[in-house]
Design a protein around this ligand. Structure first.
Ligand code: ZN
Length: 367
């Protein structure tokens, strides 16, 4: 069997969604339906960015008996972190919560997914790193994305790093898919412009990689094409942050997440992972930096990407990998070429003949 077989044949999507400015007003009603089923406690995982937000309790309809936990977004979640959150919940509650809400960017949403699975299945987060290891459905979970692009609101995985063995692998499972998402573009109005661009570009890059790959899925392809078309409308317009553009980018993020759940990324993501592991760069900005070296591999997307950068007047860091040590280049080579599936998708099974250590170093020097 090809290593590119995802094993995903019967695709599960998010069960319900609501989209549009003001959608947050429907949250109390959604939660009330869950509370009326009994138990009643809701757990909120909220990006720490909102810690100082006035009226947060009212916006989310948080009750006295609920739990509100702020999630760090400056580093991707570790399995230990997930375990500690689950432990805290188990110590505090005598019964399972009736719902879990994840509000924020990719990290907050991924933490909500992982905690939901862990609370019903027991054990530790690392027990479920891999494919289809989650047996029982998780606690009912709702995503409220406040950044658009990663597609975490749509995918069947959650990024987690196990610091004991260095394994960065999520809980790939149908049970990881959210039950409900609330997409309100008013929530992305205050995102800094650069961050909005970097994160939004994650959706564009996922889809140009998927469409250029050898492992394809007919519906995934259609979702990828729609995602790219929406990103063009947003990033080639005069102001990417108009309300209508923020709504389009929410749709692009969602569809891009659906697309990537049935396909693979290509060369950008493995090289980007190298930058994250070796230099500690965030996923989305690292992708944009990698685009500096992608002219040979994705010529059309390369041209279009740089037109978008110029149109929106954002800064993409340059020269970060020009003068590294031999040991750092070796580490970058290892941390990027370890991603066998996307690289096979992009370059074929002999990808290491293309990506020699010299070639990979040359690519990083271009960034
Ligand atoms: Zn990505």
């Amino acid at each position: 069997m090809s290593i590119l077989n995802t094993g995903v044949r019967h695709v599960r999507n998010v069960q319900r969604y609501v989209i549009g400015a003001g959608s947050m007003k429907t949250l109390p009603q959604i939660l009330q339906q869950r509370r009326s089923l009994g138990g009643g406690v809701v757990i909120f995982f909220v990006d720490q960015y909102f810690r100082e937000t006035k009226d947060l309790a009212r916006l989310l309809d948080i009750r006295d008996t609920d739990m509100l936990l702020f999630v760090a977004s400056d580093a991707e979640p570790t399995t230990e972190y997930i375990d500690s959150l689950a432990e805290k919940i188990r110590r505090t509650l005598t019964t399972l919560p009736t719902a879990i809400v994840g509000m924020g960017g990719g990290c907050a949403m991924d933490v909500a997914k992982a905690a939901s699975n862990l609370l019903t299945n027991g054990g530790r987060a690392q027990d479920y790193q891999g494919w289809d290891l989650v047996i029982l459905p998780g606690v009912y979970k709702i995503a409220i994305p406040t950044l658009s692009g990663t597609g975490a609101e749509a995918t069947r995985t959650c990024v987690m790093t196990n610091l004991n063995n260095g394994l960065k692998l999520g809980m790939n499972s149908d049970h990881t898919v959210f039950d409900q998402i609330v997409m309100d573009p008013e929530l992305t109005a205050t995102v800094p412009r650069d961050q909005y661009f970097y994160t939004g570009m994650d959706a564009y890059i996922h889809c140009i990689e998927a469409l250029a790959g050898s492992y394809r899925n007919a519906i995934g392809d259609a979702q990828s094409r729609s995602t790219i078309a929406l990103c063009r409308e947003v990033f080639l317009s005069d102001d990417m942050m108009l309300l209508e553009n923020r709504e389009k980018l929410m749709v692009a993020s969602y569809l891009g997440g659906c697309a990537i759940a049935t396909s693979y990324v290509g060369l950008v993501h493995p090289l980007s992972a190298g930058l994250s592991v070796v230099l500690g760069l965030h996923h989305c900005i690292a992708n944009c930096i990698v685009m500096r070296a992608m002219e040979r591999f994705y010529p059309d997307a390369y041209r279009e990407f740089w037109i978008m950068v110029e149109r929106q007047r954002v800064e993409i860091p340059e020269g970060l990998c020009r003068n590294l040590t031999d040991a750092q280049y070796a580490a970058l080579y290892n941390a990027s070429t370890v991603h066998q599936k996307p690289l096979t998708n992009a370059l074929g099974e002999d990808y290491l003949r293309v990506l020699t250590p010299e070639r990979v170093t040359e690519l990083y020097r271009m960034m």
